[in-house]
Structures are given as C-alpha cells and as structure tokens.
Write a protein that binds this ligand. Structure first.
Ligand code: ZN
Length: 273
C-alpha cells in the first residue's frame, strides 16, 4: 500500500478511536480555558507527553492512551501541538467568549495593592505556581470530579473581572455560594501539597490528584489538613469562609492541568453550571 494511503488509514483509525472514547466525549472541550483529549495510540507503556514543555496527564481507556491537555485561557484559537513519545501531534483550539463581571470592593488596597503588598503578592504567586507545576506519577482516582460543596454557582470560570472599574485577571475557577463553615470535600483522592494564607486567595489548600491534575480551594475560614496529608475522595480539606479578596463567604475552586487553569465544570459529570 502506498505510504500516503496507509497514513490516511491510520488517521481515520485514530479519528474513530477519538469518536468512540468515553473520556473524549465527556472531557474534550478544546477552547481557551478548556481541555483537549488526544489519542496517543496503544503502546504497551504509557507514552510520555508534554505541551508547552510541561508534562501531561496520560490515562488509559480500554487499549488506548489518552493525553488530557489543559489549555490556558491565554492561548489563541488555532493549531496547537503536543509532544508524545518523540512525535508531534496537532490539535485545534476553537474560540470561546467569556462574559464580564463588575465587582465593587470597599478595600481599595485589594484593587491597587501598595508596594509592600505587591512584594508579598509576588512571593505568594511564585509559591502557588510551583505547586501547580509539581508532577507526581500516580494516576488520578477519578477524572470526573465530585462537587466540593453542594450549592449554586455565584461565578463561572473565565469571567473577565473588573474591580471598581479596573480589569484584573480573569476568574480562574468556579465560585459556589454556600454559607461560611460549610465543609469542603476533595473532588478526587490526593495529597495536600501546599497550604497558605494569601493576600488574594486567603486561606488556601492545594490538593494534587496525580500527574499535574491539581485542585485549589481558597477564601477558607479554617484549614483542616496539613502538607503531605493523603486524602481519600471526599475527604474534608477545611471550611468555607471569606478570607482574602472576597465580598462574602463562598467557595472558590480552581482545577489545573499541566499548569493551565481550566474550567472545573468540564470535570463535573452531569453538572450544568
Ligand atoms: Zn472565585
């Protein structure tokens, strides 16, 4: 068979495997702030895969390996590439328009921090980015995540936020409107890799679910875990509060893959935010 025909056939097979995959159907939302599920074939060993130089979560479904790629909000629509076992694989990122939200804060320092605050914020950001970039070899207990609290959403992911009229970073997670003191449960098993009390995020816990799949919970009134602690799915990390830059008690939850903050709603089975 001519080579171009066999590669065409291979492409079709790959495409079919994609179309049939349960994980692909549920999680493949290739937009900025979304997730791309990429078929890596059926080698014996899991292929090592990376995107933008960062290692990727690779899981097996039936006989196929799949890379679950987090797409940063800053990525422009168009062709993107991952590296998998020495091969370059293309995927396409579509466009998505996120809405705007206008928030008024009485504490002006939380909009325009003073120089001492900025120094603190910079150090805290570096610490949190290090946590997001950590990569452990374990396989996540579940890819479809549980809601950490049950309650309505007060803010969706990706919303462009204006504080007192000034645009700041887009909303990198989901906000749930729940009363102070509500227990926050980890949406998958994991290890506590960082806790802190941060200028913007307040009392914060990072849970590593495995292979760069990481949750962050913030604005907590109380932290109930220690760094290094292993949590079973549903284990309590702490209580809802309003510490840091918050207008009232709520639970803010980030989900990160390969150091890209993505929409947590994608991972919550039948949940419609
Ligand atoms: Zn939030």
């Amino acid at each position: 068979m001519p080579r171009f025909l066999s590669s065409l056939l291979l492409l079709c097979l790959t495409f079919n495997a994609h179309a049939d995959s349960y994980i692909t159907r549920l999680l493949n939302k290739p937009v900025p702030g979304g997730v791309a599920v990429i078929d890596l074939g059926s080698t014996t060993q899991a292929p090592k895969a990376s995107y933008q130089g960062k290692p990727l979560l690779v899981v097996k479904e039936q006989n196929n390996w799949l890379a679950i790629v987090g797409i940063p909000l800053t990525v422009k629509p168009g062709t993107q590439q991952i590296n998998a076992g020495g091969r370059t694989l293309n995927f396409n990122v579509g466009s998505k328009k996120y809405p705007e939200q206008h928030i008024t804060l009485k504490n002006k320092r939380q909009v325009n921090p003073d120089p001492a605050d900025l120094k603190r914020i910079e150090a805290e950001l570096a610490e949190q980015v290090r946590a997001y970039r950590s990569f452990s070899p374990n396989i996540p207990s579940n890819l479809l995540l549980d809601k950490p609290v049950s309650g309505p959403l007060s803010s969706k992911f990706g919303v462009r936020r204006f504080f007192n009229g000034e645009e700041r970073n887009p909303h990198a997670g989901l906000d749930f409107a729940v009363p102070a003191g509500t227990p926050i449960k980890t949406p998958a098993a994991g290890k506590v890799i960082l806790i802190g009390n941060y200028f913007f995020n307040g009392n914060t816990v990072f849970v590593d679910h495995g292979q760069g799949f990481i949750s962050m919970f913030c604005h907590m009134s109380k932290i109930d875990v220690k760094v290094g602690q292993q949590l079973a799915r549903g284990g309590v990390v702490g209580k809802v509060g309003s510490t840091g830059r918050a207008t009232g008690p709520h639970m803010h939850w980030n989900v990160s893959l390969n150091d890209a903050r993505v929409d947590p709603a994608i991972f919550i089975g039948a949940f419609q935010p």
